[in-house]
Design a protein around this ligand. Structure first.
Ligand SMILES: [Ca+2]
Length: 306
Protein backbone atom coordinates (compact mmCIF):
# COMPACT_ATOMS: atom_id res chain seq x y z
CA UNK A 1 0.00 0.00 0.00
CA UNK A 2 1.44 3.39 -1.01
CA UNK A 3 2.15 6.10 1.50
CA UNK A 4 -0.53 8.32 -0.11
CA UNK A 5 -3.20 5.63 0.45
CA UNK A 6 -2.09 5.26 4.05
CA UNK A 7 -2.29 9.01 4.54
CA UNK A 8 -5.84 9.08 3.11
CA UNK A 9 -6.90 6.19 5.38
CA UNK A 10 -5.38 8.00 8.38
CA UNK A 11 -7.23 11.23 7.58
CA UNK A 12 -10.54 9.40 7.15
CA UNK A 13 -10.00 7.58 10.46
CA UNK A 14 -9.29 10.85 12.25
CA UNK A 15 -12.47 12.40 10.82
CA UNK A 16 -14.58 9.37 11.83
CA UNK A 17 -13.17 9.35 15.37
CA UNK A 18 -13.59 13.13 15.69
CA UNK A 19 -17.23 12.86 14.59
CA UNK A 20 -17.83 10.16 17.21
CA UNK A 21 -15.94 11.78 20.06
CA UNK A 22 -16.31 15.54 19.58
CA UNK A 23 -19.42 17.62 19.87
CA UNK A 24 -19.37 19.04 16.36
CA UNK A 25 -22.66 20.94 16.70
CA UNK A 26 -20.91 23.84 18.48
CA UNK A 27 -18.57 24.14 15.50
CA UNK A 28 -20.98 23.48 12.65
CA UNK A 29 -24.06 25.40 13.80
CA UNK A 30 -22.58 28.92 13.42
CA UNK A 31 -21.21 28.00 9.97
CA UNK A 32 -24.52 26.52 8.81
CA UNK A 33 -26.40 29.55 10.12
CA UNK A 34 -24.05 31.94 8.34
CA UNK A 35 -24.50 30.04 5.09
CA UNK A 36 -28.28 30.18 5.70
CA UNK A 37 -28.42 26.40 5.33
CA UNK A 38 -30.40 26.14 8.50
CA UNK A 39 -33.83 27.74 8.78
CA UNK A 40 -34.19 30.04 11.78
CA UNK A 41 -36.70 28.77 14.33
CA UNK A 42 -40.03 30.39 13.66
CA UNK A 43 -42.33 28.57 16.05
CA UNK A 44 -43.39 29.97 19.40
CA UNK A 45 -44.56 27.62 22.12
CA UNK A 46 -44.57 27.34 25.85
CA UNK A 47 -42.91 24.15 27.06
CA UNK A 48 -43.67 23.11 30.63
CA UNK A 49 -41.29 21.15 32.76
CA UNK A 50 -42.26 19.86 36.22
CA UNK A 51 -39.74 18.93 38.83
CA UNK A 52 -39.79 17.89 42.46
CA UNK A 53 -37.88 16.27 45.27
CA UNK A 54 -38.13 15.45 48.94
CA UNK A 55 -36.36 17.95 51.14
CA UNK A 56 -35.30 15.54 53.88
CA UNK A 57 -33.27 18.16 55.77
CA UNK A 58 -36.44 20.26 56.32
CA UNK A 59 -38.83 17.38 57.00
CA UNK A 60 -40.21 17.35 60.57
CA UNK A 61 -40.26 14.02 62.44
CA UNK A 62 -42.95 11.75 60.95
CA UNK A 63 -43.46 14.02 57.93
CA UNK A 64 -41.90 14.60 54.54
CA UNK A 65 -41.48 18.04 52.96
CA UNK A 66 -41.92 17.89 49.20
CA UNK A 67 -40.70 20.78 47.07
CA UNK A 68 -42.05 20.98 43.53
CA UNK A 69 -42.12 23.41 40.67
CA UNK A 70 -43.18 24.05 37.12
CA UNK A 71 -40.97 25.98 34.69
CA UNK A 72 -41.54 27.35 31.23
CA UNK A 73 -38.66 26.19 29.00
CA UNK A 74 -40.33 27.39 25.81
CA UNK A 75 -40.22 30.72 23.97
CA UNK A 76 -43.77 31.89 24.62
CA UNK A 77 -45.60 32.80 27.85
CA UNK A 78 -47.69 29.91 29.16
CA UNK A 79 -51.30 30.82 30.01
CA UNK A 80 -53.56 29.09 32.54
CA UNK A 81 -51.14 26.47 33.80
CA UNK A 82 -52.54 23.74 36.04
CA UNK A 83 -50.10 21.98 38.35
CA UNK A 84 -51.29 18.92 40.25
CA UNK A 85 -49.46 16.95 42.91
CA UNK A 86 -50.67 13.48 43.87
CA UNK A 87 -49.12 11.58 46.78
CA UNK A 88 -49.86 7.84 47.08
CA UNK A 89 -52.92 8.31 44.87
CA UNK A 90 -54.32 11.18 46.98
CA UNK A 91 -54.62 14.49 45.08
CA UNK A 92 -53.06 17.37 47.02
CA UNK A 93 -53.79 21.04 46.38
CA UNK A 94 -53.96 21.78 42.65
CA UNK A 95 -52.33 25.09 41.67
CA UNK A 96 -53.63 27.39 38.95
CA UNK A 97 -51.06 29.76 37.49
CA UNK A 98 -52.69 32.39 35.23
CA UNK A 99 -49.46 33.20 33.40
CA UNK A 100 -45.89 31.83 33.43
CA UNK A 101 -43.29 33.83 31.49
CA UNK A 102 -40.47 32.34 29.45
CA UNK A 103 -37.71 30.94 31.71
CA UNK A 104 -39.84 31.63 34.78
CA UNK A 105 -40.84 29.04 37.36
CA UNK A 106 -43.44 28.69 40.09
CA UNK A 107 -42.34 26.87 43.25
CA UNK A 108 -44.49 25.18 45.87
CA UNK A 109 -44.06 22.87 48.78
CA UNK A 110 -46.25 20.56 50.80
CA UNK A 111 -45.75 18.52 53.92
CA UNK A 112 -47.24 15.03 54.09
CA UNK A 113 -47.34 12.69 57.07
CA UNK A 114 -45.58 9.46 56.17
CA UNK A 115 -44.06 6.61 58.08
CA UNK A 116 -40.40 6.20 57.25
CA UNK A 117 -39.30 2.88 55.82
CA UNK A 118 -42.34 2.69 53.53
CA UNK A 119 -42.38 3.41 49.83
CA UNK A 120 -44.40 6.50 48.85
CA UNK A 121 -45.03 7.78 45.36
CA UNK A 122 -45.37 11.41 44.23
CA UNK A 123 -46.83 12.20 40.80
CA UNK A 124 -46.66 15.72 39.43
CA UNK A 125 -48.40 16.93 36.32
CA UNK A 126 -48.54 20.34 34.69
CA UNK A 127 -50.56 21.32 31.68
CA UNK A 128 -51.54 24.33 29.62
CA UNK A 129 -52.83 24.73 26.09
CA UNK A 130 -49.42 24.17 24.45
CA UNK A 131 -47.76 21.66 26.68
CA UNK A 132 -48.07 18.83 29.19
CA UNK A 133 -45.34 17.41 31.40
CA UNK A 134 -45.34 14.81 34.15
CA UNK A 135 -42.76 13.59 36.59
CA UNK A 136 -42.98 11.03 39.35
CA UNK A 137 -40.61 9.96 42.06
CA UNK A 138 -40.76 7.85 45.16
CA UNK A 139 -39.36 8.35 48.64
CA UNK A 140 -39.30 7.02 52.17
CA UNK A 141 -38.42 3.42 51.36
CA UNK A 142 -35.81 1.57 53.30
CA UNK A 143 -33.50 1.00 50.36
CA UNK A 144 -32.29 -2.57 50.08
CA UNK A 145 -28.71 -1.57 49.10
CA UNK A 146 -28.53 -4.57 46.84
CA UNK A 147 -30.20 -5.69 43.65
CA UNK A 148 -33.95 -5.83 44.00
CA UNK A 149 -36.38 -6.93 41.33
CA UNK A 150 -38.88 -4.63 43.04
CA UNK A 151 -38.94 -2.23 40.12
CA UNK A 152 -39.73 0.84 42.22
CA UNK A 153 -36.79 0.23 44.56
CA UNK A 154 -34.24 -0.25 41.76
CA UNK A 155 -35.37 3.05 40.17
CA UNK A 156 -34.62 4.95 43.40
CA UNK A 157 -30.88 4.48 42.87
CA UNK A 158 -30.77 6.60 39.69
CA UNK A 159 -31.07 10.21 40.85
CA UNK A 160 -30.88 12.73 37.98
CA UNK A 161 -32.50 15.52 40.05
CA UNK A 162 -30.13 15.18 43.00
CA UNK A 163 -28.80 18.77 43.34
CA UNK A 164 -25.16 17.77 43.94
CA UNK A 165 -25.16 15.61 40.79
CA UNK A 166 -26.80 18.35 38.71
CA UNK A 167 -24.06 20.74 39.90
CA UNK A 168 -21.36 18.18 39.07
CA UNK A 169 -22.82 17.63 35.58
CA UNK A 170 -22.84 21.42 34.98
CA UNK A 171 -19.23 21.69 36.12
CA UNK A 172 -18.07 18.83 33.86
CA UNK A 173 -19.95 20.14 30.82
CA UNK A 174 -18.86 23.79 31.12
CA UNK A 175 -18.62 25.41 27.69
CA UNK A 176 -15.55 24.96 25.59
CA UNK A 177 -15.15 25.61 21.88
CA UNK A 178 -13.92 22.17 20.89
CA UNK A 179 -15.58 20.08 23.53
CA UNK A 180 -16.04 16.35 23.82
CA UNK A 181 -19.51 14.93 23.39
CA UNK A 182 -21.29 15.27 26.72
CA UNK A 183 -21.57 11.52 27.36
CA UNK A 184 -17.83 11.08 26.82
CA UNK A 185 -16.99 14.05 29.06
CA UNK A 186 -19.17 12.60 31.84
CA UNK A 187 -17.77 9.07 31.57
CA UNK A 188 -14.32 10.59 31.54
CA UNK A 189 -15.01 12.32 34.86
CA UNK A 190 -16.40 9.16 36.44
CA UNK A 191 -13.57 6.94 35.11
CA UNK A 192 -10.88 9.39 36.24
CA UNK A 193 -12.26 10.42 39.63
CA UNK A 194 -13.82 7.31 41.16
CA UNK A 195 -11.53 4.54 42.35
CA UNK A 196 -12.57 0.89 42.34
CA UNK A 197 -13.04 -0.58 45.83
CA UNK A 198 -14.83 -3.78 46.78
CA UNK A 199 -17.99 -3.27 48.84
CA UNK A 200 -16.73 -5.38 51.75
CA UNK A 201 -13.62 -3.18 52.06
CA UNK A 202 -15.76 -0.01 52.32
CA UNK A 203 -19.06 -1.20 53.82
CA UNK A 204 -18.19 -4.55 55.40
CA UNK A 205 -20.78 -6.41 53.33
CA UNK A 206 -20.48 -8.35 50.07
CA UNK A 207 -22.86 -6.06 48.17
CA UNK A 208 -23.80 -2.45 48.90
CA UNK A 209 -25.38 -0.22 46.27
CA UNK A 210 -24.41 3.40 46.70
CA UNK A 211 -26.40 6.42 45.56
CA UNK A 212 -24.58 8.65 43.07
CA UNK A 213 -24.03 11.38 45.67
CA UNK A 214 -22.47 8.80 48.02
CA UNK A 215 -20.09 7.56 45.31
CA UNK A 216 -19.02 11.15 44.58
CA UNK A 217 -18.48 11.81 48.31
CA UNK A 218 -16.56 8.55 48.90
CA UNK A 219 -14.71 8.72 45.56
CA UNK A 220 -14.86 4.92 45.55
CA UNK A 221 -17.29 2.27 44.36
CA UNK A 222 -17.63 -1.00 42.53
CA UNK A 223 -19.35 -1.84 39.24
CA UNK A 224 -22.93 -0.93 40.09
CA UNK A 225 -21.85 2.23 41.94
CA UNK A 226 -19.94 3.50 38.87
CA UNK A 227 -22.94 2.62 36.66
CA UNK A 228 -25.58 4.22 38.92
CA UNK A 229 -23.51 7.43 39.13
CA UNK A 230 -22.88 7.67 35.39
CA UNK A 231 -26.49 6.86 34.47
CA UNK A 232 -27.68 9.56 36.93
CA UNK A 233 -25.30 12.13 35.39
CA UNK A 234 -26.37 11.25 31.83
CA UNK A 235 -30.04 11.56 32.81
CA UNK A 236 -29.21 14.89 34.48
CA UNK A 237 -27.56 15.98 31.20
CA UNK A 238 -30.86 15.45 29.40
CA UNK A 239 -30.68 11.91 28.01
CA UNK A 240 -34.20 10.51 27.95
CA UNK A 241 -35.20 7.53 30.12
CA UNK A 242 -35.66 5.68 26.80
CA UNK A 243 -31.99 6.25 25.94
CA UNK A 244 -29.79 5.43 28.93
CA UNK A 245 -29.80 2.56 31.42
CA UNK A 246 -27.84 0.84 34.14
CA UNK A 247 -27.48 -2.75 32.88
CA UNK A 248 -27.04 -5.74 35.19
CA UNK A 249 -25.55 -8.73 33.38
CA UNK A 250 -23.31 -11.72 33.80
CA UNK A 251 -20.61 -13.79 32.16
CA UNK A 252 -19.33 -17.22 33.28
CA UNK A 253 -17.23 -15.53 35.99
CA UNK A 254 -20.03 -13.60 37.67
CA UNK A 255 -22.24 -10.54 37.65
CA UNK A 256 -21.37 -7.09 36.36
CA UNK A 257 -23.00 -3.70 35.86
CA UNK A 258 -22.39 -1.20 33.09
CA UNK A 259 -24.19 1.59 31.21
CA UNK A 260 -25.99 1.39 27.88
CA UNK A 261 -26.70 4.53 25.89
CA UNK A 262 -28.54 5.28 22.67
CA UNK A 263 -26.34 7.47 20.45
CA UNK A 264 -29.04 8.18 17.87
CA UNK A 265 -27.80 7.45 14.36
CA UNK A 266 -24.89 5.49 15.82
CA UNK A 267 -27.24 3.16 17.70
CA UNK A 268 -26.96 1.58 21.13
CA UNK A 269 -23.58 1.56 22.79
CA UNK A 270 -22.43 -0.36 25.89
CA UNK A 271 -19.91 1.53 27.95
CA UNK A 272 -17.76 0.46 30.89
CA UNK A 273 -18.02 3.33 33.40
CA UNK A 274 -14.88 2.25 35.25
CA UNK A 275 -12.88 3.22 32.16
CA UNK A 276 -12.38 6.82 31.10
CA UNK A 277 -13.03 8.32 27.66
CA UNK A 278 -10.03 6.57 26.11
CA UNK A 279 -11.95 3.29 26.26
CA UNK A 280 -14.56 4.68 23.85
CA UNK A 281 -14.83 2.67 20.61
CA UNK A 282 -12.44 -0.23 21.38
CA UNK A 283 -11.95 -0.60 25.15
CA UNK A 284 -15.65 -0.85 25.95
CA UNK A 285 -16.11 -3.60 23.42
CA UNK A 286 -13.16 -5.59 24.75
CA UNK A 287 -14.37 -5.27 28.36
CA UNK A 288 -18.06 -5.97 27.85
CA UNK A 289 -18.40 -8.23 24.81
CA UNK A 290 -18.85 -11.53 26.70
CA UNK A 291 -21.53 -10.29 29.10
CA UNK A 292 -25.19 -11.13 28.77
CA UNK A 293 -27.60 -8.41 29.91
CA UNK A 294 -30.25 -9.52 32.44
CA UNK A 295 -31.93 -6.31 33.61
CA UNK A 296 -31.81 -2.64 32.72
CA UNK A 297 -33.20 0.32 34.61
CA UNK A 298 -33.05 4.03 35.26
CA UNK A 299 -35.08 6.39 37.46
CA UNK A 300 -38.21 5.95 35.31
CA UNK A 301 -38.02 2.44 33.84
CA UNK A 302 -37.12 -1.12 34.77
CA UNK A 303 -36.95 -3.98 32.24
CA UNK A 304 -36.11 -7.63 32.64
CA UNK A 305 -34.21 -8.61 29.49
CA UNK A 306 -33.63 -12.32 29.93
CA1 LIG B 1 -21.32 -1.19 45.58
Amino acid sequence: MGSKTLAVIAVVLVIVVAFFVLDTTSLLDPILERLSLREPEATYNSVLRVDGYVDEANSPEGFYAITYSVSNMGNETAQNVTLAAVVDGEPQATKLIPSLSVSDNANYSLVVPAASGELHLVSLQASCEDSVDAYSFSFGAEMPRTFSDNTELAKLFVTPREPSLVALKDEVLKDALLKMKDWIALRNWVGNNIKYEHDDAVHGVRDYWQLGKETVALKTGDCEDFSILLCSLLRAAGYSPDDVYVVIGKNPNGYHAWVKINLGSLGWYNLEPQENGWATLVGDFLTLSDYQALYQFNDQQFHQIS
